[in-house]
Design a protein around this ligand. Structure first.
Ligand SMILES: [Zn+2]
Length: 377
């Protein structure tokens, strides 16, 4: 990971780089800031910068063996401590060393942008809370007592330091107070309140703010190929959190998908296009049960909005323009005489799918009933 791979955070990067160039890197630092702002990518880029023998004024070289090892998270002088818990494969005494393969795969897959919920999901322990065990502190103590293998420095990156238990923190405190030579600690935390005051007081604070709106937008366009409109919609409600911004893009795509699909389906119903409805119902099995239910749910929303349109309350309909236009065209076909039946039809179908009903038959059945109801005079 190079600094150029970290989204935004120019001010933090500048300070970190300067500390290396002026040879005044504090031996223990706390990267503190909200979730999703790229604290781990910054720590990785920083470690890479410190250990790179060919660093420039702005970044590590990215190609030397040291840089390559760090970007694969396999550098022998860069150690990780992360929250862990018991899993299917580790049934007792969890500690970071037992999860390094998973951690590497996870971080590389996420390009460094990590959070506890997706980490626990990756470990398939969604409902358990991880912690940093005293075994982690002991292991770190052991590893740091050796000389650096390759680089000048040994670097310990402690992710989610607030997950340390008290005994862990106390053991680590000793390390922070009397650090082995040429050792750097980067602690990463999101919740200052949960972090022991003694740990806070022994680390030098690096505040990492939210990612700025403009930087988020640019990254969405560059990294996941959004249009600039999609990027600004998604970034606006992401609170400076990269993962949230990506999720917003996905949600918007899903919404658009349900809209297009529902619109197409209703067009067939209006036209009573029997062959198309048979094909549509048959193909519906490919999208899976969850999306079938979401599609029906989307349709219910359109029916509910129709009531608003029909009662001159269009301003209450919260939909993107294109969907709103479709909905206002659909509304006149939803009448007091059929609205209950239409809504029942969609709800009942959803229940049948929930109970493992055969989707093509269920959709074919609603299609025919819907055709009749929509064409009702
Ligand atoms: Zn390098």
């Amino acid at each position: 990971m190079q600094f150029k791979d970290v989204i935004g955070q120019e001010e933090v990067k500048r300070k970190l780089i300067l500390s290396v160039q002026e040879n005044r890197v504090p031996h223990a630092q706390l990267f503190l800031g909200p979730e999703g702002n790229g604290k781990l990518p910054l720590a990785l880029a920083y470690a890479q910068y410190i250990l790179c023998p060919h660093r420039t004024a702005t970044d590590s070289c990215g190609v030397c063996p040291s840089c390559q090892k760090i970007s694969k998270l396999t550098h022998p002088d860069v150690h990780f401590v992360v929250p862990t818990t018991t899993t299917k494969s580790v049934k007792s005494n969890p500690e970071s060393d037992l999860f390094m393969t998973e951690w590497r795969d996870y971080v590389l897959q996420k390009e460094g942008y990590v959070d506890t919920s997706s980490w626990y999901e990756f470990l398939e322990v969604e409902n358990k809370q991880g912690y940093i065990s005293v075994r982690d502190a002991a292991s770190l103590l052991r590893k740091l007592s050796f000389k650096a293998y390759e680089g000048e420095y040994k670097i310990a990156i402690i992710w989610m330091a607030e997950k340390m238990r008290v005994d862990t923190a106390n053991k680590l405190l000793k390390l922070l107070e009397e650090p082995p030579e040429k050792t750097l600690f980067v602690l990463i935390a999101e919740d200052q309140e949960e972090l022991l005051a003694t740990i806070r007081s022994r680390t030098s604070l690096v505040k990492v703010p939210k990612i700025e709106l403009g930087d988020l937008q640019k990254a969405l366009v560059a990294r996941i190929g959004c249009t600039s409109q999609e990027a600004s919609d998604a970034a606006m409600i992401a609170e400076g959190n990269w993962m949230k911004a990506c999720q917003n893009v996905k949600d918007a795509e899903d919404q658009k998908y349900y809209f297009r699909t529902f619109q197409q389906w209703m067009r067939y119903c209006f036209k009573a296009a029997i062959n198309e409805l048979i094909d549509f119902s048959n193909n519906i099995k490919t999208i899976g049960r969850e999306r079938q239910k979401q599609l029906l749910e989307y349709g219910l929303g359109i029916v509910r909005n129709s009531l608003l349109f029909n009662n001159n309350l269009a301003q209450l309909v919260m939909l993107p323009d294109e969907e709103k236009k479709f909905n206002s065209g659909f509304a006149p076909f939803v009448k007091p005489a059929n609205i209950i039946q239409i809504a029942d039809l969609l709800e009942e179908a959803s229940r049948q799918i929930e109970r493992n009903g055969y989707a093509p038959l269920i959709f074919l059945d609603i299609s025919f009933k819907m055709t009749k109801l929509l064409r009702m005079k």
